[in-house]
Design a protein around this ligand. Sequence first.
Ligand SMILES: NC(=O)c1ccc[n+]([C@@H]2O[C@H](COP(=O)([O-])OP(=O)(O)OC[C@H]3O[C@@H](n4cnc5c(N)ncnc54)[C@H](O)[C@@H]3O)[C@@H](O)[C@H]2O)c1
Length: 297
Amino acid sequence: MPQIINGRNIANEIQDDLRADISEWLKTNKRNPSLVAVLVGDDPASIKYVEKKMEAAKYVGIDSKIEKLPDTISESELISKINHLNEDVSVDGILVQLPVPEHISERNVCNAVNPIKDVDGFHFSNAGKLCLNMDTFVPCTVLAVIELLKRTGVETFAKNIVVCGRSKHIGLPLSILLHSDARNQLPGLEATVTMCHRNTPPEQLRVFTKLADIVISATGVVHLIKEDMVKQGACVVDIGMTRTKTQEGKVKLVGDVDFENVKNVAEYITPVPGGVGPVTVAMLMKNTFKAAKIHLS
Ligand SMILES: NC(=O)c1ccc[n+]([C@@H]2O[C@H](COP(=O)([O-])OP(=O)(O)OC[C@H]3O[C@@H](n4cnc5c(N)ncnc54)[C@H](O)[C@@H]3O)[C@@H](O)[C@H]2O)c1
């Protein structure tokens, strides 16, 4: 029987510890840590994700606010809003919920957030520090995967890991930390990493995943990872979250991994939903507390 990694339980443990830490910290600090989520437009998925983040913030003792903006906003207006938040001393963490509308450059927006308030870790200077294993804000999904592996006791030292997906905020930074040296400011996990992407031929992908001790997928391709692509006893981490509709018209989140079949061969596996997602939110809370400690120290 595989061990199904329960992301909700792990997220609750992290948030309970953080709530206690923030409560302790408030004995010597005048205000709670604070987080602002910038939400552009009315995308239902984005609204839901931001609401989940706000709920978690409330639970752990982080003051939080949604800055809701119309999808007609121009890039310069959005950047000017971000600049106001950068200058606001009562704000510790800023996140811009992605995606932003097509007429706005995601990169320009990520680069507009003050790097010391960049709790998503998307600013180029934080991405650069990560590449050099310097202490920085690491993207929350990357932290979530590492936390899930550590808390589940999955060994990474000298193991083979395949990462499917090379995006600048998930696949790439995750691959960097997975293969890095553990003896740095930002500790790496010492694995041998193979990165696959949309141009990796399917038969090649299968060769790589079949060799892997750990398969991590972040593509948004529903059921990309099938049972015959996974080695017996491997650990499979599914970051993918695709919103689909059931026959009754209900929204259903589906992962990159064909969970029902892959669980026959995997020793550890994360479900979707209830795997990486909740831990990602918990790590955002940790990053916000880290930002508050920097600002209020
Ligand atoms: N669980 C979480 O907390 C969390 C957080 C953010 C995003 N996500 C989900 O993670 C997934 C990836 O998000 P993203 O923002 O990195 O997406 P993206 O679109 O930026 O990147 C997708 C990546 O998948 C690769 N890819 C596409 N088809 C592939 C294939 N057939 N084989 C191998 N690689 C392939 C692409 O080359 C690309 O690098 C999405 O489903 C997203 O919803 C989950």
